[in-house]
Design a protein around this ligand. Structure first.
Ligand SMILES: N[C@@H](CCC(=O)N[C@@H](CS)C(=O)NCC(=O)O)C(=O)O
Length: 213
């Protein structure tokens, strides 16, 4: 059998959506190569890129002749195609539960997360609206209480390390970096421990230095 070509990952170094895919590629030890896309130069909107992803966004992977975009769908594809080092349990109910929590962790957190991101990332410190930041941070802490319950006394969000941890870690790393009282937080001790444990995983560590606003 011919050696498998490495997967091509169209990547922007600081993109949390790309980071989510890199964690899974690293966990599964799938050979891959990065194809850098300069978002500031608008390379993601060029016709050749739009042929790969009509949304004009990274990440995109090409695996042999298969093109996949949308980070969580890429991760599901990788799990289906490369079942080694599984990141989903076998039980359909447990799989569904993980997908519910991925949806919760990405889509339900999105409105306050994006409000916060706009304040912290796009404005100088003296221009930031403290009230907007405080309100969004409080909303996020309240939403994370559910994850605090889910973890219980287990090491990862769904027990074993799974696609759920890979999906959520990029935004959590950023929220910690923003230093607005979300993490660490006295009311989220288990989430705090989870975050520290995640930062020790080689798959996360590899790209830790690239995490930025
Ligand atoms: N839902 C998509 C979101 C992808 C996304 O928003 N990517 C950003 C980088 S983090 C991007 O390419 N932005 C450039 C643009 O929208 O022009 C996913 O999960 O892959």
């Amino acid at each position: 059998m011919p050696a498998q070509e490495p997967i091509k990952l169209y990547d922007s170094q600081t993109s949390p959506n790309c980071h989510r895919v890199k964690v899974v590629l690293e966990e599964k030890q799938i050979p891959y190569e990065l194809v850098p896309i300069d978002l500031k130069k608008g390379e993601q909107k060029r016709p050749d890129f739009l042929k790969l992803n009509p949304y004009g966004k990274v990440p995109v992977i090409i695996d042999d002749s298969t093109v996949v975009y949308e980070s969580c769908i890429i991760n599901e594809y990788l799990e289906d195609k490369y079942p080694q080092r599984p990141l989903l349990p076998k039980d359909p109910g447990a799989r569904a539960r993980i997908r519910i929590l991925i949806d919760y962790g990405l889509n339900h957190f999105a409105p306050p997360y994006q409000r916060l991101r706009l304040e912290v990332r796009n404005k100088d410190e003296n221009e930031r609206n403290a009230q907007v930041i405080e309100k969004a941070a409080a909303e996020l802490v309240s939403l994370f209480k559910r994850l605090e319950q889910e973890i219980a006394d287990r090491p990862y969000l769904a027990g074993e390390f799974s696609l759920l941890d890979a999906a959520l870690i990029p935004r959590f790393l950023r929220m910690e970096q923003w230093d607005v009282g979300i993490l660490p937080n006295a009311s989220l001790p288990r989430v705090g421990k989870w975050l520290q444990r995640m930062k020790e995983r080689p798959s996360v560590k590899t790209f830790l230095a690239t995490v930025s606003f």
